[in-house]
Structure formats: structure tokens, C-alpha cells
Design a binder for this molecule. Sequence first.
Ligand code: MN
Length: 285
Amino acid sequence: MKLCRFDGNKLGVVDGGRIRDVTDVVWSRLGTFSYPLPRHDPFIAALPRLKAELERAARDATSVSLDEVALEAPVANPSKLVAAPVNYMDHLQEAEEKLQEYYKAKVKTIHSVGLFLKATTSLIGPAQKVRLRFPERRIDHELELCVIIGRQADRVRANDALDYIAGYSVGLDMTVRGEEERSMRKSIDTFSPLGPWMVTADELGLASDLDISLQVNGETRQKANTRELVLSVPELIEYASRYYTLEPGDVIYTGTPAGVGTVEPGDVIEASIQGVGTLRVEVDA
Ligand code: MN
């Protein structure tokens, strides 16, 4: 099932080129909240008990064309945006031994660098533009498969990780190059596009063999497959949750393959993941 948020916090089931509006069903089931508000995203947390009902409701729901709506990030309130640096092997057709060495070196790198966090205020959906804010500096696109956590996860083993995944989306880890900490350079407002919707985990499993690609103004810049991830989706969940509790709605940006490049005002980025869809965002000053 593909779930989206659109037009000011409406919730929908994507059905071909149309969105079935299930906002009322969701809101009637979320309950009321009082201070302190939950740390997680209540919609994502409720999904396991809502899913069958959403499928039923979608059949009779009014629908609107995808072309006519403003899509928002599929998660409204993540408590964390976790991100992985240096997490892809290159596509080099190297001798197996050399590749093995390269692989080990990369694993060492991500394990020595660790994961980082992006500010949740940097999150946007397809209807918003990436704003460069520091146009005099080099700013790159990074295409990333994103995992949306479905259940509270504390020290989860990789073998059990599937139980903790709500679904997947396409993400961009926009980056100002420079010497500052990653958490600062990658947390600028609008620097974490996510969308166009979330595909639930029952459709994609561990997302271990998906083609991913990115185009800028129609020119292909990045092209890879998630089987080339150094730390796989379950390994990333194990790694992150060893340090901190992952909450429903938390997003893991799983890292980018080769081919990152600069963007300028007026560019259109189209980031695609097999089985998920295409996130299209515009870049502006
Ligand atoms: Mn990245």
C-alpha cells in the first residue's frame, strides 16, 4: 500500500494516478493527545491496527488526481532523521579480491564515522522547493533509500529488523560541502526532501535489491542498486538502535551511491526507487 500526505495534512492511499482520501478514517482512530505530546509519529504508530481498515475505506473513498494535489512528506512528525555516511560500494568491475578489500575498507569507514542526525526541521515533501540558502557554496544532491520505522526499536537485532519497518520512501540528503559537522551542513531547512509517498514494508521486504537513480534536468547523475549498500537496511536498524531508541515515524536515510553532484537554482531533481516511485523536487535560491 502506498500512503501519502497532501494538501495540508490530508491522508491518502495512492491508487494508480489517483489518491483515495482516507483522512476521516485516520483522524477518527488517532485518539486525542495531551501534554507532553508523544515523541513518535501517531499515524505511523497506528498503522499496524489501521491498515486493514484503510484498505477497506479506500475502496469507497472519494479520489483526486495526483496531478491536482500538493504532496507533503509522508511522515509529519519524525522524532529523528538518522543518516548513514559512505554506505555504497562503487560500481567498479574490479577483481573479486580487490573488491573484497575495498568493501572491508568501506565497512571500517562507516563503523568508525558512525551515523549522524539531520534536524527534523529540514524535512520537506515534493510540493516544497529545496532552498539553497548558501548559494556561494557547493551544494550537492544525495539520492537515498529511506526507511520509515514502524515500532519502537531498542537494541534490535538485524534478523528481527523487518518487524520494525513501516515502509520505504525516496529521500534526498542535500549537503553543503565544507568542514562543519555533517549534522549542521545537512540540516539546513529544506535539505531533507522525502516522498512522494511511503510504500508499506509488506510490498518491499528488506528492500535489498532495488534499482535507484537520480536525474537533474533529465540528465542521469546517480544509478545504483540497494544490493550495493555496505550496511543493509536491517544492519542499519541494528546499528542505530544499539545507540538510541528508534521511534515510529523515525526515518533512516541509508546513504548515497557514487555520482553526487551540484545543484543550482532552477534545477529539477527526479529521484527514483524501484517499487516506490519518483520524488520530484525543484531547487530555488
Ligand atoms: Mn547522505
